[in-house]
Design a protein around this ligand. Structure first.
Ligand SMILES: Cc1cc2nc3c(=O)[nH]c(=O)nc-3n(C[C@H](O)[C@H](O)[C@H](O)COP(=O)(O)OP(=O)(O)OC[C@H]3O[C@@H](n4cnc5c(N)ncnc54)[C@H](O)[C@@H]3O)c2cc1C
Length: 306
């Protein structure tokens, strides 16, 4: 007799792990795009996160971990991949110049916590609308700073090996919007960050200066997932090149290239993942024709593109 694989919802209920069913993906990403997530899992602690992943695997369910959803594009229609949100894992503590934080803490909150403790180094991250886990995974950065540069160590869960391992900064392989975790299917559980003592007034000045620069150069109040494309090389002025190629204002359905920043696609209302992908394809074709390279996307699709 063939064993029947239990449904993920049944086992989550049995194990008392919180979950919601039939959640609009529009509420889970800053893009406000996407269909219906059949199962959204909300672990309360790291061990529940690990258990949720193990249960997904045992039930043969694909899964995706999200933090702030600020760098993801959910697909249209029914989304069968179980989505695991880290938002409840947001404990933070400090000892001397070292901050220990869980993966689900938002960067804005983390930067405020650092400032309150007279620690500098995280000012660049204050306006990035994601979590620490997503930032470490993506090696998020801005204004010359990168999260990887502050990392001392990263505890990760490796589902394939079913174990937790601590990676040093060197082992994490940080490069421009890159970490080894993207290639290992690793779940970032948190990070230990080394900061420096700083003057609170100077920290506040930098945070507001960076916020001012963001406001001046990026679309605010319009849903997006940040810069859509990776630069072909660090420092390459991709947004300027896109601007010169005249893509600002290009549109597919509800998705448009922002007039303020040629690297941002914004949701002008009712955009679908299909609209965004079509627009991305048009831009890629155009750059390839004009400049001879095809930019890769920085935003990550859920479900993953095959
Ligand atoms: C207005 C705007 C401005 C932005 N500005 C910047 C910027 O200046 N610099 C920059 O680098 N980015 C920027 N971004 C992009 C985005 O905020 C960052 O990439 C951020 O680090 C993503 O974090 P997140 O928690 O939202 O990740 P999500 O969007 O939830 O996930 C992104 C990817 O990380 C994975 N992931 C999330 N959490 C974990 C985890 N704990 N373990 C393993 N994988 C995980 C997801 O599976 C997904 O593949 C911007 C986005 C917006 C909307």
């Amino acid at each position: 007799m063939r064993a029947v694989t239990p449904r993920i919802e049944e086992v989550l209920k049995e194990r008392n792990i919180d979950f919601l069913t039939d959640v609009s993906a529009k509420t889970l990403s800053t893009f406000r795009i996407g269909g219906i997530v059949k199962t959204l899992i909300l672990p309360k602690c790291v061990s529940e996160l690990e258990e949720a992943i193990a249960l997904c695997r045992a039930c043969g369910n694909d899964f995706a971990v999200i933090g702030g959803g600020s760098n993801v594009l959910f697909g249209d229609g029914a989304i069968d991949v179980a989505v695991i949100s880290t938002r409840r894992l947001d404990a933070v503590r400090v000892r001397d110049e070292t901050i220990f934080a869980e993966c689900g803490v938002f960067l804005g909150k983390l930067a405020r916590f650092a400032a309150e403790n007279g620690l500098c180094g995280l000012e660049f991250a204050a306006g990035i609308p994601g979590t620490l886990g997503g930032a470490v995974f993506m090696n998020a950065g801005a204004f010359g700073g990168e999260i990887g540069a502050l990392v001392r160590s990263v505890p990760v869960f490796l589902p394939e090996e079913n174990k937790i391992r601590r990676f040093s900064r060197e082992e994490a392989g940080f490069a421009y919007r890159e970490s080894v975790f993207q290639h290992r299917g690793a779940i970032v559980l948190g990070a230990e960050l080394t900061l420096a003592r700083g003057d609170p007034a100077e920290i506040a000045r930098k945070v507001s200066e960076f916020a001012r620069r963001r406001k001046a150069t990026q679309p605010q109040g319009e849903p997006s997932a940040g810069s859509v494309f990776r630069r072909p090389a660090p420092g390459y002025p991709l947004a300027r090149v896109l601007d010169e190629l005249g893509v600002k204002g290009w549109r597919e359905g509800g998705a448009a290239v922002s007039e303020k920043h040629a690297g941002f696609i914004v949701n002008r209302g009712g955009a679908t993942a299909r609209d965004v992908k079509k627009l991305i394809g048009r831009i890629q074709n155009h750059i390839e024709k004009e400049k001879g390279f095809r930019p890769q996307t920085e935003i990550r699709s859920i479900p993953r593109e095959k």
